[in-house]
Design a protein around this ligand. Sequence first.
Ligand code: HEC
Length: 169
Amino acid sequence: MRRAAPLLALGLFIAGAAHAQTEVNVDPVSEDGVRWFNSDEIPTFKIAEDGTVDWPTFSGYRRYHAECHVCHGPDGEGSTYAPALKKSALNLDYYDFIAAVTGGKQAINAAQNQVMPAFGTNPNVMCYVDDIYTYLRARGVEALPRGRPAKRAEKSEAFAEAEKACMEG
Ligand code: HEC
């Protein structure tokens, strides 16, 4: 496996940081064959110099637009009904993000009746929740522009195996 070019990763980080909080840790430092992780061992994206997006992040783009964008708007931009997840993915802790997707959320105030459904038993979401998270983080720091990523890496065998095992429960 090829390692991340540290300078490239740093460049992405700085480019992104200009638009987001400086403390956001999106730098890919390790991988397990399935996906990349930052120094806190939290899933992250890796985008090559020529713009090639890692497979899991591309998968996240697809799953987001299949399962989330109807409420949260295209490209993680938010809607009048539900928050911009490209921001939530930076502001919320990873585990809080996962908890919101798993258990759902309900705004409890008289003026609003907004419900985030619980996806905990939906494999089409839960098997791809890390992918969706890394995609949204890439959008949040603007490492990825709006729309379908132009270039993507191939799906790895390890990813395909993990996906199959998850989907088969
Ligand atoms: C039926 C509409 C709907 C769908 C579909 C939906 N959401 Fe939500 N989501 C909401 C609403 C509304 C909120 C705000 C709820 C609140 O503030 O209490 C929300 C909140 C969230 C939050 C918390 C955001 C924050 O900043 O606190 C996360 C994370 C989230 N959604 C992730 C997802 C993901 C990932 C998907 C797709 C797998 C998804 N949602 C699909 C309606 C939806």
